[in-house]
Design a protein around this ligand. Structure first.
Ligand code: 6PG
Length: 222
């Protein structure tokens, strides 16, 4: 638990961008401030390649777009743009967008499972991360690198594309950024003493090599 989780996340994003490598961003509302701070800390991202952990099946200008969030809060504020921005083309629909994204991942990484340098994740009140919702079929996917999620398990009720567990858990560094009292129960179940396999965030945290969970007091309340 830290006083300023956004700043702590921004520092990790900026360091990863400075080092160069592959970073996967998250969506939702929590990361906006972290992205703005990261752009202030590190203005040149030309050594980095950007990916996303998930995306809503909407166009890049749509208010629900995770790409749009990153563009407004980060990309438009940089002096050096990332050498590659691997946007998930959600507007193509879940299946086609996931297939295209998986092809981009396979093209960028020789290994069978991409090893991203840093993956930033949020956690939903239900314990989902990326667009891996509790009990969802996507949690059982171990061959594909990305899949479509036709039915979201939580608002916004739009189809999604998500990285699968093999990719999320292969990352060299996973950073969870979670704030607000409405997340306290999910945080307690996801990151408490005993890993709760029913909670996707818990599964990722239990299997990833290096995991940092950044919480404010409210989210860490339980
Ligand atoms: C998404 C995100 C999702 C998010 C959680 C938390 O596309 O919605 O990737 O996994 O991290 O839902 O969202 P908030 O930050 O809005 O609470």
């Amino acid at each position: 638990m830290v006083d300023d989780p956004a700043q702590a996340a921004a520092e990790r994003l900026a360091a990863a961008a400075r080092a160069g490598g592959h970073l996967a961003l998250t969506g939702g509302s929590t990361p906006r401030l972290a992205y703005e701070r990261a752009a202030e800390l590190q203005r040149d991202w030309s050594e980095a390649t950007l990916w996303w952990g998930d995306e809503r099946c909407v166009g890049p200008e749509h208010e629900l777009s995770n790409y749009r969030l990153a563009k407004e809060a980060l990309l438009d504020r940089l002096e050096g743009s990332p050498q590659a921005v691997q946007r998930i083309e959600g507007e193509r629909g879940p299946a086609a967008a996931a297939a295209g994204y998986e092809a981009a991942l396979r093209a960028a990484f020789d290994a069978s499972v991409p090893r991203l340098d840093l993956v930033l994740l949020g956690v939903g009140p239900d314990g989902h991360c990326a667009s891996l919702f509790p009990g969802a079929p996507a949690l059982a996917e171990y061959e594909r690198l990305a899949v479509g999620v036709p039915e979201a398990g939580l608002a916004p009720w739009v189809s999604r594309v998500t990285l699968t567990l093999p990719v999320l858990t292969a990352a060299l560094e996973v950073v969870f950024l979670v704030t607000g009292a409405e997340k306290a129960d999910a945080v307690a179940r996801a990151f408490g003493e005993s890993a709760d396999e029913a909670i996707p965030a818990s599964v990722v945290a239990a299997r990833a090599a290096s995991v940092t969970v950044l919480l404010d007091r409210a989210a860490g309340g339980l």
